[in-house]
Design a binder for this molecule. Structure first.
Ligand SMILES: [Ca+2]
Ligand SMILES: [Ca+2]
Length: 373
């Protein structure tokens, strides 16, 4: 299925294919329907066309996708920040940094460059992504239903899908996505679908949360999602133009610094870093600003719409950029436990991609920021 040439193939097949390794879109716009797939996608997953179930999933999205109104990035500042969260946020002082990279490590379509000076006002950020325990508290108090729960399914990485779910049609292959299954009943509470739970993973990141879900959590907490510029400024931890959040070496002195993929993607994960899936939100050593797991573990939703033409510095740095005014997808940053050098080296601190705001997967989460505490 995947051979040693897949890196080049991925670049040739374009952004959609590359993106699918990161976090597939669950949007009605991108779920395949019989007869409308592009030839490259059919070739990618021969003989694995969409099933009726996949089409049914799609219609659920179509019906409910318009119910969202929380599309305002300022919607977070309604409620004082809860004490237990405020107490563990770190203050990032105002400053100017060089955003992006001019290196050729990334995918040109990602527009990691050109580098540009960016000024960011002071803010507070959570050192950890939102955990299952955090999200559970939110759901307990509000009764909130995530998009994955409303739509009735979410994307699960193939290695985590139970055989019985395949036999019973609970897990469906989706055309064009080689290593993701649409799994009925998968949600933050049941990350691998029916019969699974998070009881032993309460300190792991909440997953299967859409951008809208992240917004809802932030609003309830009196917090907001970081802008992409804030995310990168904080993720760099005070270092200048380093490849990773901790320096230029992936494993300095042979030591793993983040939760990504070791082995042969997408089949064999040796988990040399200690984890095949998510890890606790406080794993590994933090960056220079005290942030954990900015690289790997889970992708992190940002406030901004996705854009590939960045504002350019005229006379002085770009001040508090917020991305494009409109768009169809939202930025995600940092990479996940599925990232591997051979296919998706997006655990680099300048790397970026996006997903549609109603999408949810087993490798996307978020962390929150606040202007004031
Ligand atoms: Ca790992
Ligand atoms: Ca991360």
């Amino acid at each position: 299925m995947i051979n040693h040439g897949h890196e080049d193939e991925s670049r040739e097949q374009g952004q959609d294919q590359v993106r699918s390794c990161c976090s597939p879109s669950a949007s009605r716009r991108e779920l395949p329907v019989t007869g409308t797939d592009e030839p490259t996608r059919s070739q990618t997953a021969p003989g694995r066309g969409p099933t009726n179930a996949a089409i049914h999933f799609q219609s659920q999205h179509s019906k409910q996708g318009s119910a969202h109104e929380a599309d305002d990035r300022n919607s977070g500042a309604r409620r004082p920040v809860a004490g237990h969260i405020a107490g563990r946020m770190v203050r990032i002082g105002a400053g100017t940094f060089v955003m992006g990279t001019d290196s050729n490590d990334g995918f040109p379509a990602d527009a990691e460059g050109p580098t540009r000076p960016v000024s960011v006002s002071a803010f507070h950020i959570n050192p950890f992504v939102v955990s299952n325990e955090d999200f559970d508290r939110f759901v307990e108090e509000t009764g909130y239903l995530t998009d994955a729960e409303r739509f009735g399914w979410s994307y699960v990485f193939h290695n985590f899908v139970a055989r019985q779910h395949l036999r019973k049609g609970i897990a469906q292959r989706v055309d064009g996505l080689e290593w993701w299954y649409a799994v009925k009943g998968a949600s933050w509470k049941k990350p691998e679908g029916p019969g699974t739970n998070v009881f032993k993973r309460m300190d792991h990141p909440v997953i299967h949360v859409s951008w809208y879900d992240a917004q809802a959590y932030c609003a309830w907490m009196g917090l907001r999602l970081p802008t992409e510029a804030e995310w990168e400024y904080a993720a760099r931890g005070g270092l200048e133009q380093k490849v990773y959040a901790w320096g230029d070496e992936l494993t300095p002195n042979g030591k793993h610094k983040c939760n990504i993929w070791q082995g042969t993607f997408p089949t064999t994960n040796t988990a040399e870093d200690g984890y095949e899936g998510t890890c606790p939100v406080n794993s590994y050593s933090p960056n220079g600003y005290g942030l954990y797991n900015v690289a790997g573990n889970v992708w992190e939703w940002c406030a901004d719409y996705w854009g590939v033409s960045h504002a350019s510095a005229q006379e002085g740095p770009i001040v508090n950029p917020r991305g494009p005014q409109v768009g169809s997808t939202r930025v995600i940053r940092g990479g996940s436990y599925l990232c591997h050098r051979s296919y998706c080296n997006r655990y680099r601190v300048a790397a970026r991609t996006s997903n549609t705001p109603d999408s949810s997967t087993g490798n996307m989460g978020f962390r929150c920021v606040a202007d004031e505490l």
